[in-house]
Ligand binder design. Structure first.
Ligand SMILES: Cc1ncc(COP(=O)(O)O)c(C=O)c1O
Length: 363
């Protein structure tokens, strides 16, 4: 009932298939051979981090989650309670140390400046805390060099409990040889320093393409049903976006459609108006390029995508007088297709679906 009411606020909604999310979690575990840190930063890649995490805890026994920012971590902690481990993968500003500690978030320590700042906060307050030690094996974003002196680190920062050591692959979807070099550097670091903490290296493409020698893996995009560089993994798409045609008009040959008249009808046409636009994450790059699916027919976008509306060609669609449903993203039109048209990757497409589109959860 509530779902129906939400849908009716605006006909455009994203359906989030929680069972598909659970299925993908199992696939990630099976392929990696270990448990996972489920990466649900950026509001679960646009799917809704809290609802996904609640489902994953209850139905899949997931206990570890990864987010990017302190705020993302706090939102999860407040919703999920004290039990799950929440890893911060990114940079933490000094003024947030208290929030990090109070909310039992596990920050990534990736250089001495960061280490000293968090350690002196702990010292001043006579506290100890879990941290992730982040090693840079070739991504050259965040991380200590694998040449770092681990014993010295432990001596220098006695208030840290290193519960997790991680590194991140730069090119697991495009350069397997380089990924293996990174893995080799990471495994040597772990072995040479007799590390007994949890370890993780593999993201989704890494899980699909590289054997796992760590105790954990960190899948993100594959949990949402997408993967680059390996199409043999049985994944299910989690997000589908539907709407309906809200207005239909006929235009004669030679008329133009939408802003700046970038489409001219080459015949008499039936035009449908769909309430989704670039403010929803439906990119303006899709103007005259994308398609939506109506009653089994792929309908080209006509002219410029507007902020809140997009026009499509309904000329070949059998219509019965009612306003038909529209599949905008789903079984026939994937985020990869959108990404291709917008010259980006499915990650950016999924994260870019705006809050204006209600998420309707189905399990
Ligand atoms: C540190 C870290 N680990 C894991 C992931 C998950 O990566 P993917 O979505 O490619 O599986 C990300 C995502 O960007 C990340 O930054």
């Amino acid at each position: 009932m509530i779902q129906k009411r939400i849908e009716s606020l605006r006909p455009t909604y994203a359906q989030i298939d929680l069972k598909a999310f659970g299925h993908n979690i199992e696939q990630a575990r099976k392929l990696s051979g270990t448990d996972i840190i489920a990466i649900i930063k950026a509001d679960g890649y646009g799917h809704g981090a809290v609802r996904l995490a609640e489902y994953a805890i209850k139905n899949c026994g997931v206990r570890k989650f990864g987010v990017a920012t302190v705020l993302e971590g706090i939102v999860l902690r407040k919703s999920l309670g004290p039990e799950p481990e929440i890893f911060l993968l990114g940079y933490v500003d000094q003024y947030l140390h208290e929030e990090v500690f109070i909310n039992k978030l596990i920050p990534a320590v990736f250089d001495d400046e960061i280490a000293e700042a968090y350690h002196s906060f702990l010292e001043q307050n006579n506290l100890k805390a879990d941290i992730t030690l982040k090693i840079d094996t070739g991504m050259h974003r965040l991380g200590y060099s694998p040449e770092m002196d681990y014993q010295e680190f432990l001596k220098k920062y006695p208030r840290f409990h290193v519960c997790h050591v991680m590194s991140h692959l730069s090119s697991a979807d495009s350069d397997i040889e380089y990924s293996y070099q990174q893995k080799e550097r990471f495994c040597s670091f772990i072995k040479n320093n007799n590390i007994t903490a949890e370890t993780s290296l593999l993201n989704s493409s890494g899980i699909a393409n590289i054997s796992n020698e760590c105790t954990l893996a960190r899948p993100g995009i594959m949990l949402y049903g997408y993967l680059y560089g390996n199409n043999n993994v049985d994944l299910k798409k989690v997000m589908r976006i539907y709407s309906k045609v809200v207005h239909i008009k006929r235009i004669p040959k030679g008329e133009t459609v939408s802003y700046n008249r970038r489409f001219t009808a080459d015949k008499d046409m039936t035009v449908g108006v769909v309430p989704i636009g670039y403010a929803d994450g439906y990119s303006r790059n899709f103007s005259n390029r994308a398609e939506m699916r109506v009653n089994g027919v792929n309908c080209p976008v006509l002219g410029t995508v507007c902020m809140d509306m997009t026009m499509i060609d309904l000329t070949n669609v059998p219509l019965d007088g009612s306003y038909p449903e529209v599949e905008i993203l789903g079984d026939n039109i994937s985020a990869e297709k959108w990404a291709e048209l917008a010259d980006t990757i499915s990650y950016e497409i999924l994260c870019g679906i705006s809050d204006r589109i209600p998420r309707i959860y189905k399990d």
